[in-house]
Design a protein. Structure first.
Length: 52
């Protein structure tokens, strides 16, 4: 999860602190599933820069 979040840091608007809480099912998720979830959560929170 740390790497998936790190990959999206340049896309997050400046000035925001985000906390991600991993639940038990993450232990069985692929990197792609985690990365997709991180991307969807950031977009849902409207923290993604528009030009990214």
């Amino acid at each position: 999860m740390r790497e998936a979040v790190r990959q999206h840091l340049p896309e997050v608007e400046a000035g925001w602190d985000c906390m991600f809480i991993a639940r038990n099912p993450i232990a069985f998720a692929s990197y792609t599933e985690v990365e997709t979830a991180v991307s969807q959560l950031l977009a849902r929170a409207k923290l993604m820069l528009l030009d990214s």
